[in-house]
Design a protein around this ligand. Structure first.
Ligand SMILES: O=C1CCCN[C@@H]1CCCn1cnc2cc(F)c(F)cc2c1=O
Ligand SMILES: [Mg+2]
Length: 448
């Protein structure tokens, strides 16, 4: 992966550009959900009702009818889908919105990972055929994989959620699963659902197909959220603070002047100014920390804590040798770079840091994966906080049983996903939990 030295390409810019290529349009629907429409699909909502935040007052006066704040926008958008979609020429309808949502979470709120307000994009699409929907589900999932692996340098596993773990309102849920080695917990990184015709039924989203028959649309919905930031922080962070992958770092290079007594201080500041100018002109996001109320040492720690991928120090010796001293945030390696080679070597370093962060994270994640065949092996791997690949009979009752049998202080194991990339399943392989014939390999573990 090269860190193109282009202007600021952040994750949102990348994803928005990619869905534009798929002819998906951005929109913005109301924040408020009228109670009538929220109750409309009580079945899928009922499990979520406690999480819905309601506005009950304005100023001193109670509202006649409380109004909900969107926890997700199906109920806001789909009444309009029903109005807008009449004939097959109105399809596919493909909308996305970048917005915040509110869910009144109670279980261990964690910044970025599980918060009562978060930012996301939510895609909502409608098609004439299931095949079109199935195709888009995977196209979007691939974009989510790219967000994690090419920008956040976090390895993820693509797979399908079990019937028990999927979005109950949909037909099937696909996911990119990450894993946090430091806590031994899996985490759903982003999600792409095929909703089937469930919501078309609920909201009467029908169309006249090209044979003149009345048919229901096939729908998808998909999202990634600010949880991505929390995953990146937990995977790469160390005891000195954040470690930011260069592609997403708002400051990629911080330049620190190291004046020494009265040795040519102006020369050092001039060299810093020239360095930042050269790097910025090459599209590298660099800044100089010229604050005169902090020592260089203090600045080193401060910018390490903020996770800036590369530090450049310029002291009298560097000035004399017409070079700079670069220090990598990920492995603290020190590299002297001749001024003449500055842009090329800084770019190479940033590329190397981006690639190395991914490789190191992948190696650490792979070291946490354990393949098992029996319950004893499963229990042992779980006690070591592993991400466990096991053959499973794919029965929901068995999944609930695994949760019950692993309940404990630090949480039960659950199925994370059945990877699209299925290892060989020899004839006669038995389910690790039920002893019944195994149907698929599935990842299990504790999770966020
Ligand atoms: O996950 C996605 C992708 C983007 C659009 N939505 C789907 C399903 C969201 C599932 N979900 C998830 N959480 C919810 C919380 C609530 F309070 C509530 F009323 C409804 C829901 C709810 O439907
Ligand atoms: Mg939830």
């Amino acid at each position: 992966m090269s860190v193109e030295s282009v202007s600021y390409v952040n994750v949102q810019t990348f994803f928005d550009a990619e869905i534009k290529k798929m002819k998906i349009k951005n929109c913005y629907f109301p924040l408020f959900v009228s109670p009538g429409v929220l109750q409309k699909e009580k079945d899928h909502i009922e499990g979520f009702a406690p999480e819905v935040a309601w506005v009950t007052k304005s100023g001193e006066s109670e509202l006649e009818v409380p109004i909900a704040i969107r926890p997700t926008s199906e109920t806001v958008m789909y009444p309009y889908f029903s109005k807008w979609i009449r004939g097959h020429r109105d399809l596919p309808l493909r909308l996305n919105q970048w917005c915040n949502v509110v869910r009144w979470e109670f279980s261990n709120p964690t910044p970025f990972i599980r918060s009562r307000e978060f930012l996301w994009q939510e895609g909502h699409t409608a098609f004439a055929t299931k095949e079109e929907a199935d195709t888009e589900v995977l196209e979007i999932l691939e974009l989510y994989r790219r967000i994690y692996e090419e920008f956040l340098a976090v390895p993820v596993i693509k797979g399908k959620k079990s019937e028990h773990e999927k979005f109950a309102g949909g037909l099937y849920t696909t996911t990119v699963e990450a894993f946090i080695p430091n806590t031994g917990r899996g985490i759903q990184g982003a999600t792409s659902h095929c909703l089937g015709q469930n919501f078309a039924k609920m909201f009467e989203i029908n169309f006249e197909n090209d044979k003149g028959e009345k048919a229901m649309v096939w729908q998808n919905s998909w999202a990634y959220t600010t949880r991505t930031i929390g995953v990146m922080i937990m995977v790469h962070g160390d005891d000195k603070g954040l470690v930011l992958p260069p592609k997403i770092a708002s400051i990629q290079v911080i330049i620190i002047p190291v004046p020494y007594k009265d040795a040519n201080t102006q020369g050092i500041f001039d060299a810093c100014a020239a360095t930042v100018k050269t790097l910025n002109e090459a599209g590298i996001r660099a800044e100089v920390d010229s604050r005169d109320n902090y020592s260089p040492g203090w600045k080193y720690s401060n910018w390490e804590m903020k996770g800036v991928p590369l530090r450049i120090e310029i002291g009298p010796k560097d000035l004399a040798n017409n070079q700079v001293r670069a220090v990598r945030r990920d492995n603290s390696a020190k590299i002297d770079i001749p001024m003449a080679n500055l842009v090329e070597q800084v770019n190479d370093l940033l590329n190397n840091i981006q690639r190395s962060l991914f490789e190191v994270a992948k190696q650490k994640r792979d070291a946490c994966i354990q393949t098992v065949n029996t319950w004893e092996e499963f229990a042992e791997a779980l006690s070591q906080n592993k991400m466990i690949l096991a053959p499973w009979c794919d029965e929901e009752e068995v999944e609930k049983d695994v949760k019950a049998r692993t309940k404990g202080e630090i949480g039960a194991a659950k199925s994370l996903c059945s990877p699209f990339d299925q290892p060989e399943l020899p004839e006669g392989t038995l389910c690790f939990a039920s002893g019944k014939p195994a149907r698929k390999w599935t990842y299990w573990g504790r999770s966020y």
